[in-house]
Design a protein around this ligand. Structure first.
Ligand SMILES: [Zn+2]
Length: 179
């Protein structure tokens, strides 16, 4: 494997985050506090072409430059840190990357479910309110009265789904709601 193929197989965002720097996505860019100088505002940018640039300390380069600057090491040591031996990613490193990618896909699927589920819960709330609004007789009440309970449930779900409590959301997800 040549160097540029090798480089293409290493995700710079994952490497930077793996080094403990949290990056936030802005369109096609990722930004965060620069791990190469003491940064007070997010000056560190990772571009889609797998390069980084810091607008604070002006450091820039590819994943190998990043590791060398971060650890103050040479190119060969950087390869070792990145899990590259004899021009190839080690099996452990490949598996680690696979695990991280898998995790990111799960998070993405979960965020999509969250949005769709909130839409569905809101729709179910509207349906329940409509049915409840049409109850006129005790016969209706016997037939549709349990919609009160349903409405409570869906309204609670909706609260959870539009809120910030990921654990509660995961609870709904795992219980198979809105799947
Ligand atoms: Zn910097």
């Amino acid at each position: 494997m040549d160097l540029s193929t090798l480089k293409g197989s290493i995700d710079l965002v994952a490497v930077v985050e793996g080094a403990g720097t949290e990056l936030k996505r802005f369109g096609r860019l990722h930004k965060g506090l620069c791990p190469l100088h003491s940064d007070t505002e997010p000056s560190f940018v990772v571009y889609p072409d797998q390069h980084f640039r810091c607008f604070g300390c002006q450091e820039h380069g590819d994943v190998f430059d990043f590791i060398q600057k971060l650890h103050g090491c040479d190119f060969k040591q950087a390869l070792g840190i990145l899990g590259i031996k004899q021009g190839k990613l080690t099996t452990e490193k490949r598996e680690e990357i696979k695990r991280l990618q898998h995790r990111r896909e799960l998070v993405k699927a979960f965020r999509k479910w969250e949005i769709d589920a909130a839409d569905e819960a809101a729709m179910l709330c509207r349906c329940c309110r409509k049915v409840l609004g049409e109850i006129k007789t005790t016969a209706h009440m016997d037939k549709y009265g349990n919609r009160y309970h349903d409405l409570e449930t869906y309204a609670y779900h909706l609260d959870v789904l539009v809120g910030d409590d990921d654990q509660a959301k995961i609870g709904l997800y795992d219980a198979g709601y809105y799947g």
